[in-house]
Design a protein around this ligand. Structure first.
Ligand SMILES: Nc1ncnc2c1ncn2[C@@H]1O[C@H](COP(=O)(O)OP(=O)(O)OP(=O)(O)O)[C@@H](O)[C@H]1O
Length: 256
């Protein structure tokens, strides 16, 4: 098990107009096994935050830790990027198998087949990424992250390019997996309804500089399992929008 903790995160990017503070004073405490969604205006630093948590971005100030993780090194992290980022010279099966190469096991082939079925791509195992629709490529990238049984799963708008029927099914798949493994999930989304359907807590970020400005706690207000048709989801999604809307004008005083 592993939670996620950030203390005083600050990230500055160089730009043609000089240094740009993208994240400032970001403090985050996610319990082990918690499902947290992050919503915020475009460009407020959500992906940058996930990149820091994943270890891809190492040039930042502040501290990141994974409380509750008892192993050596770092917990197993799964990261589903905004774009599928599949290796074009590998087939679907090889792309998913590739994720397991660091931990070879005799069951790897069976696990890949199982995940191909779970994401509805069993018939496409020998296709190359350029032979798939964008939505199918996203499903491969989801399988590639989930097959690792991650203790911490980072999802950067993983459903945004999917049609709504497929997105619903993939949300269900992520929830199933989360129930089975009780890993920690951090989901970045622009969809307030998706955030309140999936998460225990929704964090609201503002821009310029990116920081967490509000939080909506759903535990107790919306028991699980949740019905996607539940009217309360709409009410809570409107509450999320109300918390977010003062921060939506980029570059405004409210935005920083
Ligand atoms: N490598 C980089 N070099 C310079 N600036 C960057 C770099 N990566 C991101 N930025 C800047 O950091 C800010 C935050 O970007 P980021 O992608 O984290 O935002 P976001 O909230 O995920 O946006 P969106 O919701 O549109 O995906 C933006 O102003 C972006 O231009």
């Amino acid at each position: 098990m592993a939670g996620v903790r950030c203390v005083g995160l600050r990230k500055v990017f160089a730009s043609s107009r000089g240094p740009k503070v993208v994240l400032e004073g970001v403090n985050l405490e996610v319990e082990s096994g918690e499902f947290v969604a992050i919503v915020g205006p475009s460009g407020c630093g959500k992906s940058t935050l996930l990149n820091i948590l994943s270890g891809l971005e190492r040039d930042y100030e502040g501290r990141v830790s994974f409380p509750g993780f008892a192993g050596s090194g770092e917990p197993v992290l799964g990261y589903v990027f905004q774009e599928p980022r599949l290796l074009p010279w590998m087939t679907v099966r090889q792309n998913i198998h590739f994720a397991l190469e660091a931990t070879p096991s005799p069951e790897a082939g069976a696990r890949v087949r199982n995940w191909l079925e779970r994401v509805g791509l069993a018939d496409y195992y020998d296709y190359y990424p350029n032979q798939l629709s964008v939505g199918m490529q996203h499903r491969v990238s989801l399988a590639r992250a989930l097959i690792l049984d991650p203790q911490v799963l980072l999802l950067d708008e993983p459903f945004s390019s999917l049609d709504e029927i497929t997105a619903m099914s993939m949300r269900g798949e992520v929830l199933e997996l989360w129930k089975e493994q009780r890993g920690t999930v951090l989901l970045v989304t622009h969809n307030p309804l998706e955030a309140v359907y999936l998460a225990d807590r929704v964090l609201i970020m503002a821009a310029n500089p990116g920081r967490i400005v509000a939080e909506l706690d759903l535990t107790g207000r919306l028991p699980r399992p949740r019905d996607p048709e539940d009217r309360r989801l709409w009410e809570l999604s409107r509450e999320t929008v109300r918390l977010l809307s003062p921060h939506l004008r980029l570059g405004s005083a409210a935005g920083g």
